[in-house]
Design a protein around this ligand. Sequence first.
Ligand code: PMP
Length: 409
Amino acid sequence: INSSEQAIELEEQHGAHNYHPLPAVLSKGEGVHVWDVEGKKYYDFLSAYSAVNQGHCHPKILEALNKQAATLTLTSRAFHNDVLGPFEKYATEYFGFDKLLPMNTGAEAVETAIKLARKWAYETKGVKETEAEIIVCENNFHGRTTTIISFSNDEGARRNFGPYTPGFQKIPYDDVDALEQALKENDNIAGFLVEPIQGEAGVYVPSEGYLKRAKALCEKHNVLFIADEVQTGIARTGQLLAVDHEDVKPDVLILGKAISGGVYPVSAVLANNNVMNVIKPGQHGSTFGGNPLACAVAHAALEVIKDEKLAENAERLGGLFRRLLDDYIRNSNIVELVRGKGLLNAILINDTGDSSTAWDICMALKENGLLAKPTHGNIIRFAPPLVMNEEQLKDCVDIITKTLKQFEK
Ligand code: PMP
């Protein structure tokens, strides 16, 4: 491949058209930067939807990958392997849970958590089989499997893909009263599945205290608090987990994306014995889940987060980013606000009647050397790798404000 046009043309001819990417064809990455096939260098301001928190091609993670790739890559769980146990010990101590169930993608881990919560409700709460319900939130994003789209608000992801899986009840996000009401009205609730910050919805940060109060209500009603930290987890928001901002300990924790630094698909569900032990041999699994390559990569990727103090860096640079952008926004007639936590942020473009503005801004950012993408409508998410330094961040803010100026009316 020697041109972007050629690569895009091949995808269009031979690939399913299930995405609408920005027309940048990337062929190399290092740290906070990526390069396209023409050799143009960009700041990556998306990090593959918060998967590449440790930066592109992190040498320590690559070393673990290469070493393991040359030794043993896949056994399936028909046998044990010598990397899974050490990884599970490390990760459970790291996050403070008894047990871990390894999977591959975020959506798979969400499915795993749903199965786990249902079985837990049948075996410990006496809920009549097939009657368990899971409370979810409006405007959630948890993936795109048949069950997960059953409780999505995204018409594009949902429409004409039915019939839908029953057993989900949707309540407004950031609304403890709605949660309390739902818990009071129904004895069949197994769990409350929630994103600590709604990422795909547009980096929607709930009010302070929401997660803590929601967790307390779940405890009171003997319902599992299930945190989907696939996007918010692993240092992204300035703490190891986004629930840590409120000192909340979920009953079930869902991780994906950055658990492997974007080097290999790895996801995981963590819980304590009282919950995880309801799963018995043969009841759940995946050929690749817990494979040696995945475990070696994830082990190294988690070490990098701690060794390089990436949560602290995200907290510090995130604050600086929002302060600098706020200074700009005060006099802007195109951007309404910036919101987020740590280095998971978004700006809201005020809709001047043209819904393509956010897309056009991202195209102009690309021209100016920075890659970002609208989550949808008029919201642009900004989520660079957490290995960014202050000088690079200021450089990025310059690019962003310079670009936004082109759109001021
Ligand atoms: N949960 C959340 C909160 C997510 O943001 C995502 C991906 N954007 C997923 C689940 C699904 O992860 P995957 O794409 O790896 O299936």
